[in-house]
Structure formats: C-alpha cells, structure tokens
Unconditional design. Structure first.
Lengths: 491, 448
C-alpha cells in the first residue's frame, strides 16, 4: 500500500478537461433562458471535477488499493457473513435482459424478470418454512420495519391496536429497536441468562396484553441457538403477540431448522449476507420478508403472483396491505444474484454451506479458547464471541487487538458487540474459507495474545503497516468536515 | 460434497472435528430441539453447473424486452441515460464490491474517500450544505425527510404535492402511518402544484411541504414561492429532485429547501427492473445531527495525515437503538460509487451539456407532437418529460409500439384517473431526432 495522501478527485481537476462522450445534439438548440422561467436557470456551476478518463481510472484504482474486501483477504466480521461473492452472480445481473429493463414496462414485456423473482420467492418460502414472501424491502432493517408494520396492521385489523410493545433481547442488533420505533412501537428489553440465551422468566414478566411482538435472532448474536424457542413462541402467542425472526444469522441453520417450523410468524432475510449479495462497501442489500398465512393480507403492495395461464402479474388489489414500502419491486439486481447463488448451490449445497460455516466457527473457537476468555462455553453455530477481559487487565483493549490484526492483513472481527459481552470480539469465518486460512488467522490472534503479555505496546500502537494510522474520530465529530470545499471558498 | 465455493476436504474436516472434540458435524447441531429440526433437504431446484446455469438464466433474460435493443421513451422516475463505460469497470473492482461498511478506517480509506467525494458532489449539485452517504432510493429518502421534519418541528402533518412520483407518495404514506403523521395531498393545476390550494391547506401543524422539482409530469415547479409558503408557517421545505436536472436548474438549496432528496440513478445506474438505485439525502448544517444514515467526515491520523471516517454516529441505530434518527443500516454504497464515477466523468461541463440536451430534445419532441396534431396539456417549462394526450388507452398503444421496437411512455391513467389516455413521454440525451420522429409517427398512426 502507498503511504502518501491520495488527492481528492477535486484536487486533480483542471479547467477544460473532459471525461465524457455525449451524443451530438441533432435537433434545434435553444438558449436555456428561452425555455426555463426567470430565476430558474442555474447561475453558479456545480463544482464537479474536470478530469480525463485515465485520470478517473487511476484515481479509483488508487482508492481501491486502499480498501480491503473479501477478495483481498479474510474478513471474519461477525454477524455480517462475509463469504465469497461468486463472480457468476455479477455476470448474470449484468445481462441486458435484466440490467436494462425498466420497472414500469408493460408486464407482457418483462415476464422473464418476473419469473425469476417468482422462483426466488418460491425458493425462499421453502428455505424459511413460511407461506409467502415479499421481495420489496431494500435491506435487513427495511425488512424488519416492513414486518413490524404488518404486525401492527394485523393487530389493528383484529381490534387490538393497543398492542404497542415490541420485546427485544439485550443481545439484539441495534436495528431491531430502531425499526420498532420507526413502526411506532415502544421497545422493551428482555435479559439474557447466564447461558447467553433469553431468560424465560424475564420474558414471562415483560409480556402482557400490550405485547405486539417479540423480535428474535436465532442463533442469537452470541452465535448460540435459542434452545427454548418453542417455549418462547408459546409465551408470546399465549398473550396474542407475534414472533419475529431476524434472519441475519440464517447461514447458521439452513437445512437444519426453519423459522416457520420454530414458531415464528414472520422473518426477514439479508440476501447480501447468506445469499452472496455482495456487500458493496455498505450496500445495496435486499431484505425479503416471509410470513405465515394470517399475515399475508398485510403484505406490501404489489404482490407478485402467478396466474392460472402461467403468466406473472403484480397484484395491487390488496385492500388490507400496509401499502408500498419502496418504489417498484425491491432491489432486483441483488435478487438476481441471490437466485443465481441458490441455483449454483442447490439443496445439497445449501446444507453443506451451513455445516461448514458451523464447523469452521467451532474449530476456531476451540483453537482460540486457551488464549482468550470464552464467556459461553458450548458449541456455537456460525459465529462465536470471545471476550478480551484477560487482555484488558494487561492494558490492551479489544480495539487494540483489532487494530493489530490489520498488520497481519486481516479485517478484524466485529468488536464491542453484542453489548452483553465485555470487550467482545464476534468472529464469523463463513464456509468459503479454507482450513489454512482459519489456522493462519488463529495463529495471528494467538501471537497477539502473546504480544499482549510480552510487549503490549506493539498491540497498543497498532496498526503499523496500513496507509494511515488510527484516525482522530473525536475531531471528526466535533468539527465535522463532510464535504470538500475549494481553498478560496474557505474564508 | 465437492463444490468450488467450499474448500474443506475430508481430511480437513476430520482434523477439525478432532480439535473440536466431536465425532461428527451433526453433534454441533445437537442443541436444535428435535421438534424443530429440519431433516433432509430443501425442496428447491437442483444445482446447475456454471455453464448450464448461465445458459438457463440467459434464456430467461432474453424473454424481457430491454432498453438497449429497443428505443425507450419510458421514464417516470427511472431513466435511460448515457452511462460512461468506466462506471462498470470501477464498481467491478472487488476491493470495493466485496467490502462492507467501512468500520475499520485504516483499511477502508478507498471506500470512505469515494463516499466523501460523493457527498461533496451531491451537495454541489443540490446547493445544500451537506449530503449523506446514500439512502435506499429516492422514495424512502423522501419518507425519511418527512420523519425528520416531523421530529424536528414536533408537528404531525405533511403536505404532499400530487405532482410527486405516485410511488414515492405511497412510500411516504406507509412510513407516515407508522409514525402517526397525517398526510395531506395538495392538488395540481395545469400540471404543477396548485399554490392557492397549498395556501389554504397549510397551517401551524404543518411539519413540512413536499414537492418534486422537476415534478412527475416533467414540469418545473415554482419552488421559490412554495418554499416561502412553507417557511411562513414555520414548516420545513422538502424538495425531491432529479440531480441531473440540477446541472442547469437553480438548485433547491438556493431556493429555500431545508432538505433535498432524490435518486442518483440518472448517473450511471442501469434501470435494473426497479433497483438497486441510489437515494441521496442533502440538507442544511442546522439539521446535520438529525440526518439519517451514514456520514463520512474528514479528519487526521496520529501523524497528521488526512483521512476519512464514519462520523456523527451518535445519530445511528447501532449506538442509539430505539432513539436513533432512523433504522437505516445498510445503504447503497456501491451505487453511490457508481454515481460518483458518472458525475466525475461528466464533470462540471458534461453535467450541464447532458441536462441541457434533455431539455432541448424534449422541446423538440413537444413541438413534433403538437405539429402532428397531439395535445400537450401542460404548457409550462419542462425538463425531460412531457404529457401527451392520446385518443386511446396508453397501455394498449404501448403494446403496439413494442412491436415496432419502441418502449412507450408511462400510462398516467394508471395512477391519475383524470389523465386517462395520457402518456408521460421521456426524452433523454440518448434519443435521436430520428427516433423521436418515429415515435410521433407511430403514435400518430395509431391515434388516427
């Protein structure tokens, strides 16, 4: 990697350079002042850069070299399922008949795209054990909110609009309570017990006639399977609530347990995680929602259906629908990739995915257990959480360990999450990594544990090999600079 | 099983099981209660080899009429524009597309800097103080603007112009229901927001006034006047805007907008049957700490070198949980990168030239339709869309046009009953004089 500052594209700009090739204007030209109302012709030009095509390629190539992706190296970011992103997905999504199709074309001209979506819906119904799936939500959090809006509509339709509480475990992802709030619910937190699972007594204590739903990730964010899931579902159902499955961790249970068989009423999936979206540097995602029969009337509009004549149709005649949650029909390009992946793996492949994801996580957990605290010592699923308590006593924080891992060429695990583990490190290897990679990563962490005892400053001062060192985040927040401005403009 | 994505050998597996201290992988799943265990295999289609799957999916793709081999006049929020070739080359670099949210800035400077540049370009085009790192799309971004406005003003009513994209309005309505916000529709007159009606509807409970610029019918709204009306009532002024048009139109930030949102699909992003696109969210410094989603900020490292980080995270769901300003987590980073590359390629001159071509070619089409005897009901200034009255169903007309290789305009009667038999025709810089002439001739033939 290079150590010099990478100029901003604006700093490379020179008046008069161009990087575009627009069609010739072949109709009569006009002065804009003739065509636009007074005061509506832009006076000050937008300061976009003026650079050549090669300038652009060099700039972004340089930026890409300052970025770590799954193809660059191991990326065991817990809860994010950073598995290999198959290249065939990219080719299929770029086929002209998928990429260059307008969402408002007449249905008769887009039957191939609709068929693909229908096949994906059908596959996800089987994988989740639900009765119907919508592909409209754009991402996981969007799916959470969509499902909660459906639960709200369900209760209101039953004359139970007073149900305004959503129960969330203390180990839940932050989007769960945030989505509940956006859907107009209040959140109640339920505690975990000493085994890292939801405390059933506490759950019984917090439920009541105001319970709208329980949101649960299973396996939970500690990577542990909630063994009492049926009992939990009973507790919620017995007071009239719905049970919601956060599918962030579906990679742990494919072909082993389906949300629909565990008592869940609805589920969202993160197609950019389990189904190789890819992650895109933060998005786009796709967050389909699956529901049991009694929630079907509330699905967002339109609902993709197959007609008796075998053609596909977007059904808008859904009087109880919560409405539209996104323009058009969801992140189609990501859905194409997910479908391609499912067809690449097939039934045997998806089963093997989960088995190897879980094997890999347990193997790493056992290799690392002697060197770090393992707060919950039992078989994990696709990920596990270590605690850096022991290292903290020696003056080395989990943040330092994460930064030291950068020197070995790895993306660190998710850190300080879930919130119920002190100095947590959440490690998710995924099934696409080889034993050699897992071993090398474990060796690096073990070396860091030894450095913590023998030479802690090398860890505390890490990273040593990256293009920049630790950044001043306090300054970034106190004196926010969120955009470039030309020097002369900064007076 | 052997699979190219699964590297474990039998030997690896056995060594690993031995380290774990179990006999079989099944033992690792023993904590799943018998009653909920799924035994067997999913009932889904069998896997296919790479070549066989490519063939099958390519046949499925061929069933669709695409905008590359046909001539498209369909817009209505998503447009068939010039996409600089380099966009796809840049976003195909797997250092970008196989990374996730830049939680570790030391090894994510590429993504962070690219987003910082995106934020700058959107702020420049919209004339706003700042922009975030992207939203799902223009529709959800508009809904988030509504929630921000309601939270900021502590008011529970939003006035929404009927000339906003109907699907955007639907999304705003769904979100508003969750937040118990009342949506009041503001009617249009002559294809633009009816300003007198707006004055009658606004009151001291109005959190925001929302309009689209250029609006759904392609018309240029008088946003300066509408913004003044919103501000007189102490509401926020929210503008949904096509950022390409802002290459030549006075930007909302100079005309009183408090929040400008929209979709950057116009910059290098394919139509892709509805997504993924690239919502943007731009606002004033005053509202900076209430912005939804990720923000990238500039700072320095321990040696004083310039670098970029995710910042002002106290707004976000992973810190604030139920008190966050929004539940958004994943965004559209890869599409923001695509849009950045396209905006960079167009640059200061190209964005103006392209925007102007849209206006001028649409003007040519308007003149051609009128010369052929069509009525163009809305005569105000337009960007790249016009409404054309036909004497039969637009949907039926489009079925005939596709046989000639033309993807016709949006059937406005689908969402505006009063505009039955009216087509919304989009003319971008990609449409040639010849293609426009052909459209007018074919529509004229069917109209006769």
């Amino acid at each position: 990697m290079h150590n010099e500052n990478q100029p901003l594209i604006f700093e490379l700009s020179k008046d008069g350079r161009v990087g575009y090739s627009l069609p010739e204007l072949d109709v009569q030209d006009f002065d804009l002042a003739e065509l636009l109302p007074e005061g509506y012709v832009r006076e000050n030009e937008a300061e976009l850069p003026e650079v050549s095509e090669l300038d652009i390629m060099r700039h972004y190539t340089a930026l890409s070299r300052r970025n770590h992706g799954v193809d660059s190296g191991f990326y065991p970011l817990g809860s994010c399922t950073m598995k290999y992103n198959p290249k065939i997905n990219e080719n299929v999504a770029r086929m002209s008949g998928f990429a260059n199709v307008h969402p408002l074309q007449d249905e008769s001209t887009v039957q191939g795209a609709m068929e693909l979506l229908y096949e994906l819906q059908t596959s996800l119904v089987e994988i989740t054990g639900m009765d119907e799936v919508t592909l409209q939500p754009a991402a996981g959090a969007h799916g959470e909110w969509t499902a909660l809006m459906m639960i709200r509509a369900f209760h209101e339709a039953n004359g139970e609009g007073h149900r305004n509480k959503v129960i969330v475990p203390d180990s839940a992802h932050g989007t769960n309570p945030a989505s509940a709030a956006v859907a107009g619910f209040e959140t109640i937190t339920v505690k975990s017990n000493e085994n890292g699972l939801v405390d059933l007594e506490d759950l019984r204590r917090v439920v009541g006639e105001d319970t709208a739903a329980l949101m649960l990730t299973n396996p939970n964010t500690l990577g542990l399977f909630e063994e009492n899931i049926l009992e939990m579902a009973d507790i919620i159902h017995s007071v009239g609530g719905k049970v919601y499955y956060d599918g962030a961790n579906l990679n742990a249970v494919m072909s082993k347990a389906r949300p629909g068989d565990m008592g869940f009423d609805c589920v969202h999936l993160n197609l950019h995680k389990t189904f190789t979206g890819p992650h895109g540097g933060g998005g786009p995602g796709s967050g389909p929602v699956g529901v049991k029969a009694d929630l079907i009337p509330f699905l967002p509009k339109p609902v993709l259906v197959k007609l008796e004549d075998g053609t596909f149709h977007f059904d808008y005649n859904r009087p109880q629908s919560i409405g539209r949650v996104k323009p058009y029909y969801g992140n189609f390009g990501i859905n194409v990739r997910a479908y391609t992946y499912i067809r690449t793996m097939g039934p045997d492949g998806l089963k093997a995915v989960t088995e190897y994801a879980v094997l890999n996580a347990n193997y790493m957990m056992r290799r690392l257990e002697p060197y770090f605290d393992l707060p919950y010592n039992r078989h994990c699923k696709h990920e596990f959480v270590l605690s850096g308590r022991r290292q903290k006593k020696l003056g080395v924080r989990t943040l330092d360990i994460a930064k030291r891992l950068l020197d070995f060429g790895y993306h660190p695990p998710t850190i300080y999450f879930p919130l119920n583990v002190e100095e947590g490190m959440m490690i998710e290897p995924t099934e696409t990594e080889s034993k050699e990679t897992l071993d090398a990563f474990c060796d690096a962490l073990i070396q860091i544990a030894k450095e913590t005892e023998e030479n802690p400053s090398i860890v505390q001062e890490a990273p040593h090999t990256t293009v920049i060192s630790r950044l001043d985040e306090t300054r970034a927040a106190r004196q926010p600079v969120l955009r470039y401005q030309k020097e002369e403009a900064l007076v | 099983m052997k699979h190219r994505y699964l590297p474990m050998t039998e030997q690896d597996k056995n060594e690993m099981l031995s380290t774990i201290g179990v006999e079989s992988i099944d033992e690792l799943f023993a904590d799943i209660p018998e009653k909920v265990r799924f035994n067997g295999l999913y009932n889904i289609k069998e896997a296919k080899s790479e070549s066989a799957l490519l063939k099958e999916l390519s046949q499925l793709a061929t069933k669709n009429k695409n905008t590359e081999s046909n001539v498209s006049f369909l817009g209505a929020g998503i447009y068939n524009h010039y996409k600089p070739i380099i966009v796809d080359h840049v976003i195909s670099r797997s250092e970008f597309y196989t990374a996730y949210t830049p939680y570790q800035p030391e090894i994510s400077q590429g993504e962070l800097q690219a987003i910082f540049e995106f934020q700058t370009m959107i702020a420049e085009l919209t004339g706003m103080d700042l922009a975030n790192s992207s939203m799902y799309d223009g529709g959800t971004s508009l809904a988030e603007a509504g929630m921000l406005a309601a939270g900021h003003t502590r008011r529970k009513k939003i006035l929404v112009s009927d000339a906003i994209h109907p699907e955007y309005r639907d999304v705003v309505t769904t979100y508003a229901y969750g937040q118990s916000i009342e949506i009041v529709n503001v009617p249009t007159k002559d294809g633009v927001t009816d300003i007198e009606a707006l004055k009658g509807l606004i009151d001291d409970q109005t959190a925001a006034v929302m309009v689209q610029y250029p609006n759904f019918f392609g018309q240029i709204e008088d946003i300066k006047t509408i913004g003044e009306i919103a501000h007189e009532a102490k509401g926020l002024f929210v503008v949904s805007s096509n950022p390409l048009a802002l290459g030549v139109l006075t930007p909302p930030g100079k005309l009183g907008a408090d929040i400008t949102v929209g979709d950057a699909q116009v910059f290098g992003i394919p139509e892709s049957f509805g997504g993924p696109y690239c919502g943007y969210f731009a606002t004033t410094t005053k509202l900076m700490r209430k912005v939804p989603g990720r923000l990238v900020g500039e700072t320095v490292d321990q040696e004083g070198r310039r670098g970029y980080v995710l910042t002002l995270q106290a707004r976000e769901q992973h810190i604030r949980r139920e008190k966050a300003t929004s539940n958004i987590c994943s965004n559209q980073a890869l599409l923001a990168l695509a849009a950045s590359v396209a905006m960079t390629a167009l640059g200061k001159q190209g964005v103006q030239e392209m925007a102007k071509q849209n206006i001028v070619k649409t003007r040519y089409a308007k003149n051609a339709f009128e010369a052929a005897g069509f009525t163009v009901p809305f005569q105000g200034a337009h960007f790249n869309e016009i409404v054309v009255k036909t004497n039969q169903s637009v949907t039926e007309l489009n079925k005939k046009l596709i046989e000639k290789g033309i993807i016709g305009g949006f059937d406005l009667g689908r969402v505006y009953p009063e505009l039955e038999n009216h087509a919304l025709i989009a003319v971008t810089e990609l449409r040639t004089k010849e293609e426009i002439d052909q459209l007018v001739a074919e529509m004229g033939a069917y109209n006769a």
